[in-house]
Design a protein. Structure first.
Length: 157
C-alpha cells in the first residue's frame, strides 16, 4: 500500500452514487466512515479534500491518527490537491484517487501515482469483505464453537 492516499472527495463520492455501487455508500457520512475505516485497516495516511466552505469542526468526528478530511474553503479541491502534491513531492509515496483527468496528469507529473475511482471502490469493497471475514472468524474463536467434522474435512483438501 502507499504511504499516503490523497482523495478527491466529491469526485469519488459522485462515482459511488451511480451504478452498482449506489447502495455501497449512500451518504457523505457513510462515505467518510468507510474511508476512515480504510485508513485504519491499512495503516496508511488518508487525506480527503472536499470542495466548499465549512468549519473544520464539522468533520472533527471523522479525524483519526490516519484519517483527515478538509474543505478547500476559498479555492477548489483541485487547487488544494495540487498544492499538497507540490509540498510533498519526493517526500513520500502518494496515491491520488480521482477520475479527473487534469488532477491525474498533474499528480503523475509530480511523481504521485493515480488510481481511478472504480478501482479504488473495488479495493474498498475487498477490504470490507476481508474485514468481515476476519471479524467472523474471531467471533467464532471467541465463542469456542466446536465443529467436530471441521478437522476431518481438512484431511480431504
Amino acid at each position: 500500500m502507499s504511504d499516503e492516499w490523497l482523495i478527491d472527495g466529491y469526485n469519488l463520492l459522485h462515482s459511488l452514487k451511480v451504478g452498482a455501487e449506489k447502495e455501497f455508500l449512500s451518504s457523505r457520512s457513510a462515505f467518510l466512515e468507510r474511508l476512515a475505516s480504510f485508513a485504519s485497516s491499512t495503516g496508511s495516511h488518508v487525506l480527503v479534500v472536499l470542495d466548499g466552505k465549512a468549519q473544520d469542526a464539522e468533520l472533527e468526528s471523522y479525524r483519526t491518527q490516519f484519517f483527515q478530511v478538509i474543505f478547500s474553503q476559498d479555492v477548489s479541491a483541485d487547487c488544494c490537491i495540487e498544492k499538497y502534491l507540490y509540498e510533498k513531492r519526493g517526500q513520500s509515496s502518494i496515491m491520488v484517487v480521482t477520475k479527473d483527468r487534469a488532477i491525474s496528469n498533474m499528480a503523475r507529473g509530480s511523481g504521485a501515482r493515480v488510481m481511478a475511482n472504480e478501482q479504488f471502490i473495488r479495493l474498498l469493497q475487498s477490504i470490507v469483505k476481508e474485514t468481515k471475514n476476519i471479524l467472523f472468524e474471531r467471533e467464532v474463536d471467541s465463542r469456542k464453537f466446536h465443529r467436530p467434522f471441521e478437522d476431518k474435512l481438512k484431511d480431504f483438501k
